[in-house]
Ligand binder design. Structure first.
Ligand SMILES: [Zn+2]
Length: 106
């Protein structure tokens, strides 16, 4: 093992998308999933990339960090939208007040 592969990969603080569980055949002919209904369940991150849905497979050990990163993104997005909504309300109130003042001045 070299130093590149032994380093634990750090996950981003924020991620966009949703956690999904894929159920599929692994492709090994001797595996129980080759016959029968029982498939392998594997965690994955589904996300939109320029209008296309993409799926990246996750290691079980990354699921917790990915879940936290998804929640951080959702929280930050909510916060940003609230700020923008508040700013819009302030702008429209200011414009309405200015119009009212102009009407009174005439
Ligand atoms: Zn299998």
């Amino acid at each position: 093992m070299n130093s590149m592969t032994s380093k634990k990969t750090r996950l981003p603080r924020m991620l966009r998308g949703s956690l999904v569980t894929l159920r599929r055949r692994c492709g090994k002919p001797g595996c129980h999933c080759a016959q029968g209904q029982q498939r392998h369940e594997a965690p994955a991150l589904s996300y939109s990339d320029h209008g296309r849905t993409r799926v990246v497979m996750l290691a079980e050990s990354d699921v917790e960090a990915v879940t936290a990163a998804l929640e951080r993104y959702r929280a930050a997005k909510r916060e940003l939208e609230e700020q923008a909504t508040t700013a819009l309300a302030a702008l429209t109130e200011r414009i309405a007040a200015e119009r009212a003042n102009r009407r009174q001045a005439r």
